[in-house]
Design a protein around this ligand. Sequence first.
Ligand code: ADP
Ligand code: TRP
Length: 321
Amino acid sequence: MRILSGIQPSGTIHIGNYFGMIKKMIESQNDGELFAFIASYHALTSVKDKEFLQKNIFEAAVNFLSLGMDPEKSTFWVQSDVPEVLELYWILSNHTPMGLLERAHSYKDKVAKGIASNHGLFSYPVLMAADILLFDSDIVPVGKDQIQHVEMTRDIAQTFNNTYGDILTIPQHKIDEVVQSVPGTDGAKMSKSYGNTIDMFGTKKGLKKQVMKIVTDSTELDQPKQWQNCNVYTLCKLFMTDDELIQLQKRYATPGEGYGHFKLTLLDKINEHFAPYQERREHYLNNPDEVKEILAFGANKARKIAQEKLKIIRDAVGLNY
Ligand code: ADP
Ligand code: TRP
């Protein structure tokens, strides 16, 4: 079973990205053959600053490797190092009805948020379909916002197969219902575009600032507190065992401690959780050539598979004569 996943290098990784996607991606290395890439072409739809994109691609690679991406076991590469995907993108464009793209929620949301509407943004789902179909992916683990894109991929692949025969593998999306949406410091969905994130690898000081910003109610120190709808507690759930959570519930119910104390507990838990990865992260940050070598190795592996599949597709449509 082939699992494929991509993440855009469009900003600092936060714990919403981690629990919503990255953690599962890393764990899925045990469930099947993982294909994971840094979606650098997709990032061009929102990032128009050269240094920012370069930095984000490199940091995304460092973060994934630090968190346990195994480049031997899995295939891990930067999307734009395998440009074959753009050829498939063009071929698929000719099997993508305009209406299908016009119905894309993600496109409509982005335009509503003020992102300039251009052809790259509009045809983004076709490139995503090419990513998925080029590698004969069976399963695509995604956040809720990306389900429609996988459905569009299925539609495009069906249309192609109806014309040329059974060439493309029809993928399925996979969503983890448990951690669909990690709340941000204001209680809304954590997102870099809302400025409510808690970074995964922030500095100690920066992280503390973010955690202290979490919105709570104004119950006084000498009153019992409700954990049920508390943002601090919801975030603690991501890091604590059941026993630890029961202890925390008791602390909420007992007057004497305030939300500041619970926030410090959360802060300790976050630091503790990511500490084992910090050392590896420092190593990769200080050895950029090693990271680039790993990415070149991954691109090479991905490229061989991409070229084989593309040959079959070129044959099917009549480009090989
Ligand atoms: P952002 O909203 O910060 O721009 P992206 O849209 O780049 O994040 O998301 C990258 C991946 O992380 C996607 O798979 C997305 O579903 C997941 N993700 C982002 N924010 C959250 C969140 N708050 N909770 C769970 N998953 C999230
Ligand atoms: N669009 C995805 C996101 O923003 C990233 C992505 C690009 C992707 N190509 C993909 C995800 C292929 C899964 C499969 O999160």
